[in-house]
Write a protein that binds this ligand. Structure first.
Ligand SMILES: NC(=O)c1ccc[n+]([C@@H]2O[C@H](COP(=O)([O-])OP(=O)(O)OC[C@H]3O[C@@H](n4cnc5c(N)ncnc54)[C@H](O)[C@@H]3O)[C@@H](O)[C@H]2O)c1
Length: 355
């Protein structure tokens, strides 16, 4: 019996969730929690009373408040989801854990790896579930890519190359690395199961007083895999494309494709090592079939919120737990430090590996 089924059994109390922050992303969480079986949306907090009026119109039975503290003091609330700006994550997240609430924290988990580690330790100490919302990990496309790579169908992963560009949305408090590259960092950690050893990143800020608006980031791995991530808020078109090249097969992932987001190509190269032909470069090109596997079309947040409730019910660690959240924050810090040093190679701290 899955944890979710247990949560639906008669007599088993549903998980009551409070959401903090009803700006751009919060409404997506509220909608998913409101529709989730095995859970109920208990309350929504936002500093802006006008946003709460919208909540009350859409969800008349849900309590609204401008005081986050009210959620902490409500003993009937089991879990709190925080969808406020990154600079508030540590303070609000720590307060929620100290009040004994399970925690859903938006990406990136915190501003610094020290803060992320403290949040992770606090959740561990109190045996509370901490899920960091790295939404892409729950998409049908990334789940399928992970399945293919983990089964060894791609062979050795040579490279990962991502383009994630569009016009805006400019953020006041975080750079394009924290806002967009964060998705690739989480996907890379999940797909490769390997933490990079070093990063080289370049980026600029074309508008004084705001963080970097575009960046080119290269991640180096001990296994020889190399990853490149191009993130940009100044592009005229929206592009969300990833290529993963392996020794046996290659994958393309276009997130904007309505169907056939993932395509697998049976293509590759081989070099002859015949000692008789040492002076000739003998390269063989293999061009086989291409196919588009069927993907689970469920909304990622719906899969993720179900997983959150299941983890609370069973007291198990989420796929995107505090450890993953911390490793992603380490990568943001390392990439930012390289970018501020005009692309110098910066080594990734080893702690991430040892967790
Ligand atoms: N998972 C994803 O794909 C995804 C996508 C977009 C944004 N996000 C994340 O969601 C978070 C919020 O981003 P956003 O774009 O929705 O921001 P936003 O500025 O649009 O909304 C934030 C809301 O939080 C409220 N708020 C701020 N401090 C508060 C406090 N102390 N108590 C109660 N309410 C408070 C604000 O009034 C505002 O309504 C960020 O961490 C961002 O990175 C995640």
């Amino acid at each position: 019996m899955s944890g979710l089924d247990k949560a639906r059994r008669p007599g088993v109390r549903v998980i009551r969730i409070g959401v903090v922050g009803y700006g751009y992303w919060g409404p997506n969480l509220v909608r998913n929690f409101a529709e989730l079986r095995g859970a109920s949306l208990a309350a929504v907090a936002d500093l802006d009373a006008r946003k709460l009026e919208v909540v009350s119109r859409r969800y008349p039975v849900v309590t609204t408040t401008t005081r986050f503290q009210d959620l902490l003091e409500d003993p009937s609330i089991d879990a709190i989801a925080i969808a406020t700006p990154v600079n508030t994550h540590f303070e609000l997240g720590m307060a929620a854990l100290k009040a004994g609430k399970h925690l859903w924290l938006e990406k990136p988990m915190a501003e610094t790896s020290l803060q992320a580690r403290k949040l992770m330790d606090e959740a561990d100490k109190r045996n509370l579930v901490l899920l960091v919302d790295h939404t892409f990990i729950y998409t049908g496309a990334v789940r399928k890519m992970a399945e293919i790579i983990k089964a060894g169908d791609l062979g050795r992963v040579y490279y990962y190359d991502s383009v994630r560009v569009n016009l805006g949305l400019f953020q006041r408090d975080v750079s394009v690395i924290s806002d967009l590259a964060v998705h690739d960092f989480a996907i890379l950690e999940h797909l490769l199961g390997e933490h990079p050893t070093a990063i080289s990143a370049s980026g600029v800020n074309h508008f004084p007083g705001t963080p970097e608006n575009l960046a080119f980031i290269t991640l180096f791995y001990e296994s020889g895999t190399i990853a490149h991530v191009n993130v940009n808020w100044l592009a005229p078109v929206k592009v969300r494309q990833i290529l993963v090249g392996g020794s046996k097969k290659m994958i393309t992932y276009d997130d904007l494709e309505p169907s056939e987001k993932i395509k697998i190509y049976d293509k590759g190269v081989s070099f002859t090592d015949d000692p008789q032909q040492i002076y000739e470069m003998r390269v063989g090109y293999r061009t086989g079939d291409m196919w588009a596997p069927k993907l689970d079309a469920s909304e990622a947040l719906s899969v993720e919120s179900e997983h959150f409730v299941e983890c609370i019910t069973n007291r198990t660690a989420p796929i995107t737990d505090g450890r993953l959240g911390l490793r992603v924050v380490e990568l943001i810090e390392t990439a930012t430090s390289s970018m501020r040093g005009k692309g110098e190679t910066v080594y990734v701290p080893r702690q991430g590996k040892e967790l």
